[in-house]
Design a protein around this ligand. Structure first.
Ligand code: BG6
Ligand code: MG
Length: 227
């Protein structure tokens, strides 16, 4: 028997829209100001990671490794967030990444539930700007959870709100910590990015334009049947 998918739970930044690029640009501006080298390759480690933990990672790249007070850390994180917020003010529905609208339509057409599991405190604002807020049955951001990705809490909370069984959920992520969270939640993980970066994902696609409901459903059914 073909196993039935009950819900798709999406990450936001870098999956539904390219706000991952804005997070990078805002952190890069802070790093430049502090004279810290901050590459795109290192930025991969920040994906899915909370604002304060991202700052700690960024500061770990400094050559002088000076100590920052809690207040200085707050100020730096706040400044990054303000830069980021000026960037997301311009987000419109045309910023939804290729393939996402088509996949969302197919999910809804089949009566499958839709959830969002984001580490960002700006998730509601971005979803509103994208015109997607009312499309999702559950939107969980980091203000609603105690433990960030790679902990499964954000995905499990979304599944709970949607009243679905995690074993019949598909999680979609672009972050290594996010894929870990999906797998720890007992869900099927679709990763967007380089194949080598996601050894634990059930399906890896290079870009969102390759997202295809039929392919995901077939891969899910075959994993559920232990093939
Ligand atoms: C995640 C991003 O979705 O949200 C991270 O991948 C970001 O890069 C995190 O640090 C927290 O976002 P915010 O908007 O609360 O600073
Ligand atoms: Mg992401």
């Amino acid at each position: 028997m073909k196993e039935q998918i009950q819900a798709f739970i999406f990450d936001l930044d870098g999956v539904i829209t390219d706000t991952a690029e804005y997070h990078y640009l805002a952190w890069k501006a802070i790093a430049d100001e502090l004279g810290i080298e901050f590459t795109r390759a290192f930025n991969e480690n920040l994906k899915g990671v909370s604002r304060m933990d991202s700052l700690k990672l960024l500061l770990s790249q400094a050559k002088d490794r000076r100590e920052y007070t809690a207040q200085e850390m707050e100020e730096l994180a706040d400044r990054k967030n303000k830069l980021y917020q000026t960037m997301i003010e311009k987000v419109t529905p045309s910023d939804i990444l290729p393939g996402i609208n088509e996949l969302l339509s197919e999910i809804k057409r089949r009566g499958i539930k839709l959830g969002l599991a984001s580490a960002s405190k700006n998730a509601f604002f971005v979803m509103e700007r994208l015109g997607l807020k009312s499309e999702f049955g559950a939107i969980v951001d980091s203000s609603k959870i105690a433990n960030n990705k790679p902990d499964p809490e954000v995905f499990l909370k979304a599944a709970e709100m949607l009243q679905v069984d995690p074993a019949y959920c598909i999680g979609v992520e672009d972050a290594v910590s996010g894929v870990q969270a999906i797998k720890s939640a007992g869900m099927f993980a679709v990763a967007i990015g380089d194949r080598e970066a996601f050894p634990h994902a059930d399906l890896v696609l290079e870009r969102t334009s390759q997202l295809d409901f039929a392919q995901i459903a077939t891969a899910f059914a075959s994993a559920a049947n232990g093939n």
